[in-house]
Design a protein around this ligand. Sequence first.
Ligand SMILES: Cc1ncc(COP(=O)(O)O)c(C=O)c1O
Length: 436
Amino acid sequence: MSERPVSAALYDRAKSVMPGGNTRITVFMKPHPYYASHGEGCWLTDADGVERLDFTNNYNSLIHGHAHPTIVAAVQAQLQRGTAYPMATEVEIRLAELMCERVPSFEQIRFCNSGSEAVMFAVKAARAHSGRYKIAKCEGSYHGSYDQLEVSLDPTPETWGNSDPKSVPYVAGTPKSVLDDVVVIPYNKPDEAEPILRKHARELACIVIDLMPNRGGLIPATPEFVAMLKRVKEDTGVLLVFDEVITLRLALGGAQELFGIRPDLTATGKIIGGGFPVGAVAGSAEVMAVFDPGDGKPALSHSGTFNANPMTMVAGEAAMRLLTQDEIDRIGALGDRARTGIAEGMQEIGLAGQVTGLGSLFRIHVHNRPLSDYRSMLTSEREKALLSAIVHNMRNDGVFVNERGVCSLSTPMGDDEIETFLICFKSAAETALAER
Ligand SMILES: Cc1ncc(COP(=O)(O)O)c(C=O)c1O
């Protein structure tokens, strides 16, 4: 008998109509996924009626938690007026103005429906602007599901090569031409990455960077790595494309404000849709001009039936107006408390681990080897099993965290939720260690 019989029964039904019974690999798990019933604030209730504190926030997209009343009211009002039109809307302009006021490098912006699309269109814009087609990206960084951006997402010691990383396919059937057009650099290793970038600079349309890649360990970029990116951009003119699909929540001006570097283009998404599907590409007016159909066919045609649909735009506008600097600071301080508390908890129970992240994002690691990049973050099978057991125990004990130990905070949270998390983490980890 499953611990979650309703979810188990739903999964049995799902399997016959969807391969793997599911349409989203991130929510898939054995023996079956969790099925949701409803969410409110920082609480999420599953189909079996179990309520848990939600530290995933739909993979870091719900900065105000579930069903925030202001967002619900904005969406309900829009719902009465229609959900999508074959016309532009004023609310699209308002959200564009708000985002461009907040992030200095956002001179202009265009919306789409996912972070994957946003990074894809940022790369296409860089290609259209530069006339070059190769890109550089960091080993182990996730940027969504566009072919070039999946390269070297999860290489292994058997496949990754030396300090000049190989382009390794992530999905079966990746064309060789895709691998040939992606230059992979080691993250946070400026001395190794710089010569690779300079060698290929004349062929590169852009360098795609996440300043704190969550799949790569949620390890912030070092000042030396950031300085190297600035140097290469200044010396070679290669465009910098930042993936701020997750990191935009770190400051009103995103991670780029925090790290003091201005990209040419940024792809973002998640929190700016207020809980609805969203993505956006933003950047300098000069590069963004590739999208402009004002004088006939643009260099880069950008369409999408639901681009800037008014439901997403009103939800996004409400969410962004609620996200003030004070709120970012407040949940950032809660993040500091969580990081310190997790490290203390690990020490108290003798778990050799560590915690990474900044502001309202943190990630639990169950080894204490120095962390700098993707390769240093990888775990042994035994460590992987330990993290899985901790996550499983926490979920059984009322705190929902994702399977990689990446957590995010939402504005409905306060000190009490962090204390609950810390108590739950410590007991879940202690049990997992004892059962090892
Ligand atoms: C850094 C980063 N880039 C891009 C994406 C893709 O965004 P989406 O899932 O909205 O397509 C994600 C999603 O988790 C992400 O974390």
